[in-house]
Ligand binder design. Structure first.
Ligand code: 13P
Length: 250
């Protein structure tokens, strides 16, 4: 049985005050359930304080990115070891905003994935097509390229300790959520790619959907057989909305 995972990607939002308020409201309102894991991914500068505040709760901590190198002269970068030291358990790699705005390539994302794992973190690998890709009928081609870059470099075994998030670029921050059927179709395809490499691991890998997930659509998405939770952007900044999404898992 795969355990649901509901992850909040706070992106570049908030202040020390608002981050503290948000995590306190989430902790107070959360009803821990064994079938669903809850994760928050604040900006780097808020990780230590959010970690302090969520101590003793069931909420896990993650980061939004990681450097592909281990340590040294990489000004502005943050290593996997530093994230582990802040007690992060997860890290997002290859988010479409990083691919599109900061030039992250498939090989770079694969290196981040492997460096994060070596440091002891669970990578959440983001894949997803643009609207133009979808309209050209190339959703599977793009997702295959993004996933295979990591599968080939890290091996299928690495996915025993990893999560994949399908985030169609056209659904991110647009309010245009993929329909449950659209999400399920791509999730089943992603699972089949991992299963081709290793059946057991493919069956066990958690696949999250991301892109305009909100309280109003979470339950129907999470009901799909290959949707194991969500990677939530905007709606994760509102405690009530995020808690309602968490409650829809399982
Ligand atoms: P939104 O939920 O704001 O569409 O963002 C999704 C996302 O990019 C999560 O990583």
């Amino acid at each position: 049985m795969r355990k649901y995972l509901v992850a909040g990607n706070w992106k570049m939002n908030g202040s020390r005050d608002s981050a503290a308020r948000l995590i306190n409201d989430i902790i107070q309102g959360l009803e821990p359930r064994p079938e669903a894991e809850v994760l928050v991914c604040p900006p780097f500068v808020h990780l230590a304080e959010v970690n302090r505040l969520l101590k003793g709760s069931s909420v896990a901590l993650g980061a939004q990115d990681v450097c592909a190198e281990n340590n040294g002269a990489y000004t502005g970068e943050v290593s996997g070891a530093m994230l582990l030291d802040c007690e992060c358990r997860y890290v997002i790699v290859g988010h479409s905003e990083r691919r599109a705005l900061y030039g992250e390539t498939d090989p770079m994302v694969a290196r981040k994935f492997m460096t994060a794992q070596k440091a002891g973190l669970i990578p959440i690998l983001c894949v997803g097509e643009t609207l133009a890709d979808r309209e050209r009928g190339e959703t599977h081609v793009v997702v295959t390229r993004q996933l295979k870059a990591v599968l080939d470099a890290a091996g299928a075994g690495a996915f025993a300790q990893a999560v994949v998030a399908y985030e169609p670029v056209w659904a991110i921050g647009t309010g245009h959520t993929a329909t449950p059927e659209q999400a399920q179709e791509v999730h089943a395809f992603i699972r089949s790619l991992i299963r081709t490499a290793d059946v057991k691991i493919g069956d066990a890998t958690r696949l999250l959907y991301g892109g305009s997930v909100k309280a109003a659509n979470a339950a129907e998405l999470f009901r799909m057989p290959d949707v194991d939770g969500g990677l939530v952007g905007g709606a994760s900044l509102e405690a009530r909305e995020f808690l309602a999404i968490c409650a829809a898992a399982g």
